[in-house]
Design a binder for this molecule. Structure first.
Ligand SMILES: Nc1ncnc2c1ncn2[C@@H]1O[C@H](COP(=O)(O)OP(=O)(O)OP(=O)(O)O)[C@@H](O)[C@H]1O
Ligand SMILES: [Mg+2]
Length: 248
């Protein structure tokens, strides 16, 4: 059975025209799907609707076959916001990460263990008592991810997870996500990261899904990528043999 089904889904904000219309998408448990599209295409809006924050304009979102009820608590779906400031609100990092675990009503020892593990997995040890507004940009991003991981969701919605990360932390993020079993949708302009993590890529543009297929086929299609304001990632671009600088 699918984990996530979008059927004829239209997405939009109140008092504005629809951002996305007629989306059909089916995601299997454990699948990793990359979402590519230009600024304003509707990636973040789609995540808000799947997470139950923004009600659909039309159509349905189903999780394990069950339609989402507007406003219902959805512990199986965790959204990591594009803007960390939209997500972090507790006085300290540890309290923020613990918030989701407490909401689940877990016994304190298990909640504490999950919080410690998420903080370690995201490389945030030593920052537990730091006020969230004093974290660096990349630390805030990783705090948001830690806050989602404590929920142990079946579906992670990651909105630009590598933005603002230095190379070491980007690499750590990729390794962490690659080792996780849960399904994830990853919206990103970091196409090399998507290529590493996601066997399947969806392109959204002008209100609809324009491509849905294997990552190398979609991201390697120069005409398709150009038509939607993208470029084929460097690692899929053929390179001429390097020039020789010394006599053979
Ligand atoms: N809270 C909001 N209220 C009204 N309109 C919004 C809101 N958030 C986003 N929009 C609009 O919805 C459209 C889609 O925005 P969205 O943030 O989903 O794009 P995106 O694909 O995530 O872009 P980016 O790559 O820049 O993150 C844009 O036209 C945007 O201006
Ligand atoms: Mg966005």
């Amino acid at each position: 059975m699918s984990l996530l089904d979008l059927d004829s889904l239209s997405v939009g904000w109140p008092h504005a025209s629809a951002v996305l219309t007629g989306l059909n998408l089916h995601v299997a448990p454990g699948a990793r799907v990359g979402i590519v599209g230009p600024n304003g295409a509707g990636k973040s809006s789609l995540f808000h609707t799947i997470a139950g924050v923004l009600p659909p304009l039309a159509g349905t979102v189903r999780l394990r076959g069950e339609p989402l009820r507007p406003g219902a608590f959805l512990p199986e779906v965790a959204l990591v916001f594009q803007q960390a400031e939209d997500q972090l609100f507790c006085p300290t990092l540890a309290e923020d990460v613990a918030f989701g675990a407490r909401n689940l009503g877990l016994p304190a020892p298990e909640a504490d263990a999950r919080v410690a593990r998420a903080i370690a997995d995201c490389g945030l040890e030593g920052l537990e008592n730091r006020p969230v507004h004093q974290l660096s940009g990349g630390e805030k991003r990783r705090a948001c991810l830690a806050g989602a991981l404590v929920m142990a969701p079946a579906l992670l919605l990651l909105d630009e997870p590598s933005a603002a990360l230095d190379l070491r932390n980007r690499r750590r993020l990729i390794a962490l996500l690659a080792g996780m079993e849960q399904a994830m949708l990853i919206a990103s302009h970091d196409l090399e990261m998507l290529l590493e993590l996601c066997p399947r890529i969806i392109v959204i543009d002008r209100g609809r899904i324009c491509a849905d297929g294997p990552a190398r086929a979609v991201l390697g299609d120069a005409a398709l990528m150009a038509a939607h304001g993208q470029e084929v990632p460097h690692s899929l671009t053929p390179h001429p043999p390097s020039e020789r600088h010394h006599a053979p």
